[in-house]
Write a protein that binds this ligand. Sequence first.
Ligand SMILES: Nc1nc2c(ncn2[C@@H]2O[C@H](COP(=O)(O)OP(=O)(O)OP(=O)(O)O)[C@@H](O)[C@H]2O)c(=O)[nH]1
Ligand SMILES: [Mg+2]
Length: 413
Amino acid sequence: MVIKKFQGKTESEAKAEAEKAFGENCVIMNVKEIKPKGLFSPFKSSTFEVTAAVAEKEKTYDPSLAFKNMHKAKSVNVAADEKIDLNHVVPAEPKADSALAMFSRNREKEEDKELEKKITNLQNIVEKEIIKKEAEAETVVKTDRNKRRNENFEFIKTLYSVLIENEVDEKYVNQIMDEMEKVNWGGNSVDTILSAVYQKMILKFGQPKTIDVSKKPSIVVCIGPTGVGKTTTIAKVASKYKIENGKSVAFIAADTYRIAAAEQLRTYANILDAPMSIVYSADEMNEAIEKMKGYDLIFIDTAGLSHKNENQKADIKKLLDSIDDKYNKEVYLVISSTTKYKDLIEITDTYKEISDYNLVFTKLDETSCYGNLLNIKLHTGAALSYVTNGQNVPDDIEVFDTQRIVKQLLGGR
Ligand SMILES: Nc1nc2c(ncn2[C@@H]2O[C@H](COP(=O)(O)OP(=O)(O)OP(=O)(O)O)[C@@H](O)[C@H]2O)c(=O)[nH]1
Ligand SMILES: [Mg+2]
């Protein structure tokens, strides 16, 4: 710092002097009034003295100056008593500008390198952070997917148990579940899985088959084991078509094993005011049909057959085969939903040897497990047609309601 005193007639004159010398940024440290002294002092005015300070200019090393000064010097006093004649000393060519430029360039290069290094470091940090965040996000997605997969797996397991509880054959349950493997378990909700299983089962049951009433006469033959509800089912269906659809109906009793069998059918025929014939042998069948050919529907009731009785089996087959091909014949195998699965397999296999058929399941009201409906449908490949659910004629019958049965099989109410 440089400190100096300045004087003036007035305070501001002294300050102006200081500013003139040191510049506007100088600091006025002190202002002193100097009173005149001596004999005539009362007649003289005071003067002013300001003490001002200014920061010393920073001494920067200017290499070009150094070189310039060096060049100007004639001699350099290296040692106190030694004189070096610069005329004999070839001074290093200063090349001040290029050296300075090189110096600056090197310095810039180094600074650039430093900056580059810093940027690379920063870039690495950012990249690492991005990779970390991506990995974290992927872990979250994976965890979510696994969680959903586990939930879905639990749900599939529950569906599996429900179907087994409802006595769906394990092999069919596995088949359905195997087909479900194609559904993306990880990405789907339980609702999607449930509806996929539901759809699969609906497809497995297929469209229900009802009597084709477009041809006249349509011959409907009911076959099946003893006491399953063949006669009652005929009465129910005939009543529905007569009462609800205005179709004309007629009956043929081919059950001559039991006297009461024909009587039972006659009762229903009387109620419906419909004709009834009794056929004692296959030879009489076409004659009986011919007599009733003017009716829309002719129902043929057969004797209950023990599937183990070969004679009865042969009789029924003969009876069915005797019906002339010119008639539109539909055969319905009536089976009870209360019959054991293993027996149903044997029964349906036996009847396959007699004729092709559609399936009627009776007595649904007596069971809460509908698994056999699917089992037998899949075992036989036959179409499901009607189901009965009580003894009341004609009310306790309906066309097989695929959706209702599938819902129940899947645990719905
Ligand atoms: N609970 C219930 N009982 C039924 C159902 N259908 C028929 N039945 C009863 O089952 C019994 C036998 O019915 P049928 O119609 O005589 O049976 P079927 O197959 O003709 O018998 P057979 O001619 O002797 O071979 C009767 O008591 C019917 O009321 C049903 O859906 N539910
Ligand atoms: Mg009967």
